[in-house]
Design a protein. Structure first.
Length: 214
């Protein structure tokens, strides 16, 4: 999706949710940041869904802490990847992006979602090649996520996010190092450390399900 269209969605969300100028600017900054820092050619369309969910959780944690500007920034980053994830990355991609630019954006009314429902919403996202369906899904999911990140509710236990990552790190370390202690396969030590680092920073949906009891 073109940067100008990412920004158009952010503008509509800002109006819909009555964001302040600073919050709006943070949302706009976040929603175009991936194209600026990673390059527009980076494969956003294959962005792993757990990384999108990471940004959503991060945004909600900041909101719960009263840091609305940071919340809007990370929300914007999540929305960027969500929107790009809904567009097929095949030969029609450029044509679809061009057509999206000709559409007017009308946001639907949002509804309240639990973390479990947000998890399911992200998990079930898929790519489309029909222009109207793509636009409808971009707007529907974007406003749903934005509304539920930027509203006053606990949104389950997002405060336990760091603790859960430490738990996962220790659990993974134990599972990997246990067979090493039995078989003295020290050659596996470096790959094991790499796996620990990867898994501790890139949790799977299974771990989110365990952490948040969803």
């Amino acid at each position: 999706m073109y940067g100008k269209d990412h920004k158009r969605v952010a503008e509509e969300i800002s109006k819909k949710l009555n964001l302040s100028d600073k919050e709006k600017n943070a949302l706009l900054k976040g929603i175009i940041e991936p194209d600026i820092t990673r390059g527009r050619g980076e494969a956003h369309h294959y962005r792993k869904k757990y990384k999108i969910f990471d940004e959503i959780i991060r945004a909600k944690r900041y909101f719960n802490q009263g840091e609305r500007i940071k919340a809007c920034y990370h929300l914007g980053k999540a929305l960027h990847f969500i929107q790009d994830s809904l567009i097929t990355a095949g030969g029609k991609h450029d044509f679809i992006e061009e057509r999206i630019s000709s559409y007017k954006f009308y946001l639907p009314e949002p509804e309240e979602l639990s973390l479990k429902e947000v998890y399911s919403l992200i998990k079930e996202m898929r790519k489309y090649d029909e222009i109207k369906r793509i636009v409808d899904e971009i707007l529907r999911i974007s406003i749903l996520i934005s509304y539920n990140v930027l509203r006053k509710h606990k949104f389950d236990d997002v405060g336990g996010y760091k603790r859960s990552k430490i738990y996962f790190l220790l659990r993974t370390a134990g599972l990997i190092l246990l067979p090493i202690s039995f078989f003295t396969s020290y050659i596996l030590l470096i790959p094991s450390i790499i796996l620990i680092i990867i898994f501790s920073t890139s949790p799977s949906y299974i771990d989110y399900k365990i952490w948040y009891n969803i």
